[in-house]
Design a protein around this ligand. Structure first.
Ligand code: G3I
Length: 625
């Protein structure tokens, strides 16, 4: 957990409670100056505001070593995500349609999909316990298996050992709103032949609020972390109370020298900071106390595996030393706010030892950076730049113009005003980081799979010219930086790559500035189109453009081994090195711990920051001359 993932779901009541909690959270117990920018009139103003300047963060809240950290000044919501709760109108339409997945080879005339009978949407009062029996049927008469897509907090899905299972759940205040609950039935003959049936559960408040039981608060789930002895560790501990109130957190036995402070912006978060001085498993009990009934508590253990410093030693030369001999940069995409994670210090030192270029994985996306008109959140990117500067790393800005991760105020904006919004945004961001960023993904993912331009709010507003305009503006604002179009699924032959080449040819005919193409390369171990990758690189190079491998990761698919993964990395690096226009190789993330595809362990470092065979393979590829 870090602070940008504090409120995954904002039910109606929760949202109101949360907003008021956040307003009072300002100042916290850190002794920092209360935010002067909570004037609601600032929000919604179109003009960029000076109130967005980050302020120094008390070091008790981070584990940064060698650079200092700033934070957002205000207590306002980090991201105003009005993620659409399902509307009442949708609820009234009745049971959502089932989704049937038919794998290749299934003849649906002789084998029909499993299905559920007797399910319907339901309305429940907070505090009531619901029980729904699921009994999937198979037209061929066998008993289908089943599993729920995701259980709401406190929900269970119990086997009745007669072919049915029962979903039991007691929604509380935090669940007020409409929840989509999906169960998937598996065809008895082919478990990939599936029917996923959602139901909508609408939770409302009862008239008598005292009828809702008060439950004990809990601690938000944490991962398993590894730290290096004598490195500072911070745990952002978040209390959760399904009744919608804010629990207090306590650490009965604070480790020696530890600090424990309420977060200055998020009332439900407490930050524990300490420096483990001995190797081994450290376990710390954290007690969450109910704010209404102080006798209601739960205690949860937070654990950390502390390894000796030499456990992180690696054989051979650092990747950046090897890469620099081969005239390429080597880098990674940085987890947002890694210095707020328990293992942030070893994260930072691993990155600093190995890499000389870094991309912010998320903090430069428009929904985060500019969540409301005129309001910017620069702190996370400022911190990454400070980290990069302290460690002689170049910064690769990502992404300026993209169809995803847009704030609602852009997606719902008047079409005729979007060009102004785009150019104001580009100007604000590029100007701020002009001295720090050497490569920009100006246009991200403009192509559709069929080679046409992908539909987007920008295409809708300006047609294909949005690309010309953004690149031209970018060149003016950062004349010395490399400006790129960054795209995925172009590492092999096909209409998407052909469409991209056509786009590039058009830009060049019109003299639109462009320095290179970013090949993302999110591949699986089964990827084997290396000849096509080489040929695509050659086509880009033939257009006098540079090539950047921007988002490389190799996911383990099926029974693939980490040795096969290493071989794929090695081939991609070799192909880059054989192409003189290939300027950089960046992996999308540093460690499997935080990869966006962490289920597939796609990176060079495992969750405990140990180098995998892929690391050695990249070293080998970079070493051969
Ligand atoms: O910050 C919110 C948090 O407030 C919320 O509670 C939480 C709930 O899921 O989500 C948090 O944001 C998530 C964010 O990652 C940070 O973890 C977003 O939902 C999630 O969509 C976002 O995913 C990122 C994705 O781009 C979309 O922006 C991935 O981390 C990131 O690896 C991925 O990166 C993209 C490149 O930018 C472009 N190329 C493809 C690549 C992989 O999809």
């Amino acid at each position: 957990m870090h602070l940008n993932s504090i409120h995954p779901r904002l039910p109606l009541v929760g949202l109101l409670v949360l907003a008021s909690q956040l307003m009072v959270a300002c100042g916290g117990s850190s002794g920092e100056t209360p935010d002067p920018t909570t004037d609601p009139s600032v929000v919604g103003s179109e003009a960029p505001s000076a109130d967005d300047q980050p302020i120094t963060e008390d070091p008790a809240f981070n584990n940064a070593v060698g650079f200092s950290v700033v934070r957002e000044p205000g207590a306002r919501l980090a991201v105003v995500e009005v993620d659409p709760e399902i509307s009442d109108a949708t609820f009234e339409l009745g049971l959502p349609e089932a989704v049937i997945t038919v794998p290749e080879g299934v003849d649906t005339t002789t084998n029909q999909a499993p299905f559920f009978e007797d399910l319907q949407n339901l309305t429940v009062e907070a505090g009531e316990i619901i029980e729904i029996v699921y009994r999937p049927q198979d037209p061929e008469g066998e008993l289908p298996g089943m599993f729920p897509e995701k259980l709401p907090q406190g929900g269970t899905f119990d086997d009745n050992f007669d072919g049915s299972k029962t979903f039991r759940w007691q929604p509380l205040q935090m669940d007020v709103g409409i929840l989509k609950f999906t169960v998937t039935a598996l065809d008895p003959e082919n478990s990939l032949y599936r029917t996923s049936q959602p139901i909508l559960i609408k939770t409302v408040l009862p008239e008598d609020l005292s009828s809702i039981p008060n439950v004990a608060p809990t601690l938000d789930t944490l991962l398993t972390y590894t730290a290096r002895v004598n490195d500072p560790v911070v745990f952002e501990l978040k209390g959760i109370d399904l009744n919608g109130t804010v629990p207090t957190l306590e650490v009965p036995n604070l480790p020696a020298g530890a600090t424990f402070n309420q977060h200055p912006r998020f009332e439900e978060v407490f930050v524990l900071k300490f420096t483990p001085t001995t190797v081994g498993e450290t376990v710390i009990d954290v007690l969450a106390r109910d704010s209404v009934d102080s006798s209601l508590t739960t205690t949860e253990a937070v654990s950390l595996s502390v390894l000796a410093a030499d456990a992180f030693d690696r054989d051979g030369s650092a990747l950046k030393a090897l890469a620099s001999n081969r005239n390429v940069q080597i880098g990674f995409a940085a987890l947002q706010s890694f210095y707020h994670q328990p293992d942030g210090a070893i994260y930072a030192s691993t990155a600093a030892q190995e890499y000389d270029i870094v991309t912010p994985e998320n903090s430069m996306k428009m929904d985060y950076l500019n969540p409301e008109p005129g309001r910017y959140q620069f702190a996370a990117t400022d911190n990454l730049v400070a980290f990069a500067n302290a460690n002689a790393m170049a910064v690769h800005g990502h992404p300026l113009v993209w169809y995803r991760q847009l704030p609602t105020w852009i997606t719902s904006s008047v079409v005729a005003e979007r060009e102004t919004h785009m150019s104001e945004y580009i100007e604000r961001v590029m100007t701020r980081y002009a001295d720090d960023v050497s490569v920009w993904d100006v246009i991200n993912e403009p192509m559709a799979d069929d080679g046409s331009l992908r539909d987007s709010v920008w295409l809708e507003a300006m047609g294909s010219e949005y690309i010309d305009k953004a690149l031209t503006q970018a060149r003016t604002l950062a004349p010395a930086a490399a400006i790129l179009i960054n795209e995925f699924d172009i590492g092999f032959a096909g209409p998407k790559f052909d469409g991209l080449v056509e786009l590039v040819d058009g830009l060049q005919e019109r003299d639109v500035p462009l320095d290179g193409i970013g090949f993302q390369m999110h591949v699986f171990t089964s990827f084997n189109q290396f000849d096509e990758l080489e040929a695509n690189f050659a086509q880009i190079a033939a257009r006098d453009l540079d090539i950047y491998i921007t988002e490389l990761d190799v996911s383990l698919d099926g029974s693939a081994t980490i040795v096969e993964q290493a071989a794929a990395y090695q081939q991609v690096v070799n192909i880059c090195l054989e192409q003189v226009r290939c300027k950089a190789i960046q992996t999308w993330g540093l460690t499997d711990q935080y990869s966006f595809r962490s289920n597939f362990d796609p990176l060079l470092f495992d969750r405990a920051y140990q180098a995998k065979p892929a690391y050695g393979a990249v070293q080998d590829a970079l070493s051969v001359n």
